[in-house]
Design a protein. Structure first.
Length: 325
């Protein structure tokens, strides 16, 4: 058995029913790693850990943790420095549509890689806690403990794994084996939680979203989520490639809508500016006319006042003074 003491434990970073996960330092290389250690070394737990290690060994994609070491009772993987989506939700609240679409495109490309392998891998446990945004801003998928290889023709999974709320209906064991569309359902529920923060186990809240969407989300984006989380597999997107295209199209449409709004705003501003220019253009002639008219009318008005004054003076002199002489 390889010496687990090679890995100096720094701190616990997670725990499940059969194992605990630690951040550790590889004393030979000095690199930081992640160590998953079985809490109870049962035959079933050992077999599950071995399956996960063998699966990681055959995967090679930038957004997937790499296997470093494996032995009965523990597994060592690449350490991903960053925060999970669940941590980010807890610290910062829900993501905007723009942020979510950027993350979703990277995530769907990871799933497209898994589903496109000669023996497709079904992840089965997609949720915010298993998605890390690295310090480099890249999306990483961790914890392949629930993943399985899809084999066409099998009637059911050998074990039913997943997280309540995120898991697709077929993960409960009555609708045949899980397949790529299972991950599409989990993907949709993940986007839903990222953008709304609702309790996805709350049927009323879920139904309200399906009917009314959510504040801050475009109708197109709500349609993408709703199509992912259809109960019937045949009603969901057919592949991750279809979702990727829909997401990219939503970016183009959003940019086009923003451009149209700016153009409309620019036209409105230009119209106001043109009106103001017209006012300014005619303001000077109007002022000149008023000034000229005043120069002509004021002296005439003053003359009339003087004449009236003289006539009043003559009347007073005649009526009140000359009669008394």
């Amino acid at each position: 058995m390889k010496d687990i003491k090679r890995y100096r434990i720094i701190k616990k970073i997670g725990e499940g029913g059969t194992s605990a996960v630690y951040a550790a330092s590889d004393t030979r290389t000095g690199k930081k790693v992640t160590v998953k250690v079985l809490k109870k070394e049962s035959i079933k737990a050992k077999a599950s850990l071995e399956d996960e290690a063998l699966m990681l060994k055959r995967l090679n994609y930038p957004g997937i943790q790499k296997l470093v070491d494996y032995e009965d009772g523990f597994m060592v993987t690449q350490y991903i420095s960053g925060n999970s989506l669940s941590e980010k939700l807890r610290m910062n609240g829900v993501f905007s549509e723009k942020e979510t679409v950027g993350i979703a495109i990277e995530l769907i490309r990871i799933l497209k890689y898994l589903h496109g392998l000669r023996e497709p891998v079904i992840y089965r446990d997609l949720k915010p806690a298993n998605i890390i945004i690295g310090k480099d801003g890249k999306v990483h998928l961790i914890d392949f403990g629930a993943a399985r290889i899809y084999r066409k023709g099998e009637k059911s999974d050998t074990s039913y794994l997943g997280t309540v709320g995120f898991a697709a209906p077929e993960q409960y064991g009555t609708l045949g084996q899980t397949d790529p569309k299972t991950d599409i359902y989990c993907f949709g529920m993940t986007l839903l939680q990222m953008t709304t923060g609702i309790d996805i186990k709350n049927e009323a809240a879920l139904e309200n979203f399906k009917l009314n969407g959510a504040p801050g989300l475009s109708g197109d984006f709500v349609k993408i989520i709703n199509k992912c989380i259809k109960p019937g597999r045949d009603d969901r997107f057919r592949s991750c490639g279809e979702i990727e295209k829909a997401l990219l199209d939503s970016i183009v449409k959003r940019k086009r809508d923003i451009a149209v709004r700016y153009i409309k705003r620019g036209i409105a501003v230009a119209a106001v500016a043109a009106t103001m220019s017209g006012v300014i253009l005619y303001a000077e002639p109007v002022m000149n006319y008023v000034e000229s008219d005043a120069k002509e009318r004021v002296p005439a008005f003053k003359g009339r006042l003087y004449t009236a004054k003289e006539r009043i003076a003559e009347f007073i002199d005649k009526e009140f003074f000359q009669e008394g002489k």
